[in-house]
Each structure stands twice: as structure tokens, then as C-alpha cells.
Design a protein around this ligand. Structure first.
Ligand code: ZN
Ligand code: ZN
Length: 250
């Protein structure tokens, strides 16, 4: 395996995880924890005053988080390259590495697993921390519920993805409960993404949006639109997919 294209690629991509990324991830995690603390301090009392409205909003946030996880995953699998500034090494690299060596995610520690996702959710959690919902406004309570679940799930999307790659009895008790109860992504749902044609099942938080999006051909429609507008070719630089196809053919 040492000299194969797949192994070299996996090593090269894994080596792209620099100390500077790790420091940025730790700063993002601390920033997220601080802002989320402020945010939930103001959102939780609203849930107590209008629980049903809040839960409806929370459900919308639950599905929105899954869709956004799929959108980011699809984008990083489909467009651009690891050479792109900032987005390339921090986000695209991790998804490409994942297709070259799907089990590598199970070896990542807490920071490498969750740092980039904490970074990605900052544009949502920052306004969330400044939001003071008025309990008499149905729209604001719905929004409060949606923000509460969205900002709780997105930072741990890679954690749910990691759990979907682990044997269920190796997952923590909390994770096992969330997977078995159907709240978070399970192994079988995610496994479809790692088999030919490697272009379905992008959503990795709960996986609840996958069937609908795949059935209506959402990602292929989005790819055609982007190709028409920009001229870019989907998966033109997809080192991960090529490697996965080679592995599958062996
Ligand atoms: Zn993928
Ligand atoms: Zn995966």
C-alpha cells in the first residue's frame, strides 16, 4: 500500500493539516463556546414561555442544519481544489482526504474533528448571541428555536459524520443514543455516499434530507446551474473520488 497513488494522496492530504490550522480551530472552538453560552442564556427562557412554537422552530433548524451540512459537503467534494486560499486547506482538504481514506476521520482527535465546523458556524452564532427574541412575536420565537438547534448541530457535524464511520459499540453512550433514536446520521444512511457513484447522500448531520434531495436530483440540478453560470466542471479536481473509484474497482 505504501507506494500506491491512494496512500500517497492520503498522506499528502493529511499532511495539509498544519499547526496554524489547529491554532485557528482552537480559537474558533473557544469563540464558539463563548458565543453559544451567551446565546443559549437568552434563548432558553424563550423556550419556556412558548414551548410549542419554539419546538416547531427547532425542528426547522434541525432540517436546516442537515441541509447546510449536505451543501458544504457537496461543495467541497465537487468544486475547487485544496490549493484554494483558506477554504482549500481548511475545508476542501478534509473532504478530499476523507474520500481517499474514509477511516482517517475515526483517528482525528476532538479538535481536528470539530474545529473547522465550529469555525463554519461562527457567522450564525455571532448574530445568535446578539439576538434578544421577543416572546410575544411568533416569528421571533420560531427563529429562536431554529437558531438553537442549528447552532447546536452544525459545530458537531463532523462528530456525527465520524460516529457514522465507527462501529456502533465504539461510539460514546450519548452518540449511540442519538444514532439509535434516529436523531443523528447512522452508518447505513451514510454508507451510500461512499459507494459508486459517490454523488448521493451528502447530508451528514442527521441524513434526514438525503432521500428527498437525491430523489429530486437536487445536487445534479445545482451542478448544471453552476456549470452554466461559471463554466466550471463538477469534480474536475476530485482526487478523492478518483481514488475511491480505484479502490472500489480493485
Ligand atoms: Zn463526500
Ligand atoms: Zn464519510
Amino acid at each position: 500500500m505504501a507506494d500506491t497513488f491512494e496512500h500517497r494522496s492520503a498522506q499528502e492530504l493529511a499532511a495539509g493539516y498544519k499547526m496554524s490550522h489547529r491554532v485557528a480551530e482552537i480559537i474558533a472552538m473557544v469563540t464558539y463556546a463563548t458565543l453559544a453560552g451567551i446565546m443559549y442564556y437568552h434563548l432558553v427562557p424563550v423556550a419556556g414561555t412558548r414551548p410549542i412554537t419554539f419546538v416547531i422552530g427547532a425542528l426547522a433548524g434541525y432540517f436546516a442544519a442537515d441541509f447546510v451540512s449536505g451543501f458544504v459537503h457537496w461543495f467541497c467534494d465537487t468544486w475547487g481544489s485544496v490549493e484554494w486560499p483558506v477554504v482549500g486547506p481548511v475545508f476542501i482538504r478534509t473532504f478530499r482526504e476523507h474520500h481517499v481514506d474514509p477511516d482517517s476521520i475515526t483517528r482525528h482527535d476532538f479538535v481536528e474533528t470539530n474545529g473547522a465546523s465550529c469555525m463554519a458556524v461562527l457567522p450564525a452564532v455571532l448574530p445568535g448571541a446578539l439576538f434578544r427574541p421577543d416572546p410575544s412575536s411568533t416569528l421571533q420565537v420560531l427563529l429562536a428555536g431554529a437558531i438553537a438547534t442549528f447552532c447546536a448541530l452544525i459545530p458537531f457535524t463532523t462528530q456525527t459524520h465520524k460516529w457514522a464511520h465507527m462501529k456502533i459499540d465504539e461510539v460514546s453512550l450519548l452518540g449511540r443514543f442519538l444514532i439509535k433514536s434516529g436523531i443523528l446520521l447512522n452508518h447505513d444512511e451514510h454508507d451510500r455516499h461512499h459507494h459508486a457513484p459517490f454523488t448521493v447522500g451528502y447530508c451528514i448531520t442527521s441524513g434526514r434530507c438525503n432521500k428527498l434531495l437525491d430523489r429530486v436530483g437536487f445536487w445534479r440540478i445545482a451542478e448544471r446551474v453552476i456549470t452554466r453560470v461559471t463554466g466550471a466542471i463538477p469534480r474536475e479536481d476530485d482526487i478523492g473520488r478518483r481514488a475511491a473509484e480505484r479502490i472500489a474497482a480493485e
